[in-house]
Write a protein that binds this ligand. Structure first.
Ligand SMILES: Nc1nc2c([nH]c(=O)n2[C@H]2C[C@H](O)[C@@H](COP(=O)(O)OP(=O)(O)OP(=O)(O)O)O2)c(=O)[nH]1
Length: 165
């Protein structure tokens, strides 16, 4: 699976899972790739920006929360049949300040972890998100034809040293 780390993926994006006790902050995405789906704050990494800084910036822009102490939990590698390739960095944190506010891009809402609406999210999320919530690290490779997942390969790791040596 680490073979994907060495490949070139055209776009780089981040997603941030923000936890407050037994709840996670979800968004209804209003525009862009995945519009109409339920996801979490995130977006593209800008030129010269680190993934970590992009995660903090996108969360402020989309839902007005200021996050800190983010932990990198996973890498997502996507290939779409139209040719788009994307690497995603998945972060989690329970350190945030402020109240979630709607923006042009997202409608935020807190959701009980037990009630996450996987059927309204990207098809790969149900494969890795429950494990990530339980503290496991992961790498996932997925091929999509539009919204349909046509190939998947996922590995989980129990320790940070196995995941990101
Ligand atoms: N959880 C999850 N997130 C995904 C998947 N696929 C995927 O593109 N994303 C995320 C990464 C980005 O945050 C977002 C891609 O949306 P986008 O290309 O419209 O980017 P954006 O508008 O949010 O970003 P930006 O233009 O503000 O930089 O969706 C997936 O399978 N699962």
């Amino acid at each position: 699976m680490k073979k994907y780390d060495k490949r070139t993926f055209e776009k780089h994006a981040v997603v941030s899972y923000i936890f407050n006790k037994d709840q996670v902050l979800l968004i209804k995405k209003k525009r862009g790739l995945g519009a109409g789906k339920i996801n979490v704050p995130g977006g593209h990494i800008e030129d010269g920006e680190s993934a970590y800084c992009a995660a903090i910036r996108e969360t402020i822009e989309e839902v007005s929360l200021v996050t800190d102490e983010l932990k990198l939990m996973g890498y997502l590698f996507f290939k779409f049949t139209d040719g788009l390739t994307m690497k995603g960095y998945v972060y989690r944190t329970d350190n945030f300040q402020g109240e979630p506010k709607e923006s042009d891009e997202a409608v935020p809402f807190w959701m009980d972890i037990e009630q996450i609406p996987y059927d309204r999210m990207w098809a790969d999320d149900i494969i890795w998100l429950p494990q990530m919530i339980n503290g496991r690290y992961f790498r996932g490779y997925f091929e999509f034809d539009g919204d349909i997942m046509i190939k998947r390969e996922v590995e989980f790791y129990d320790s940070l040293s196995e995941f990101n040596p």
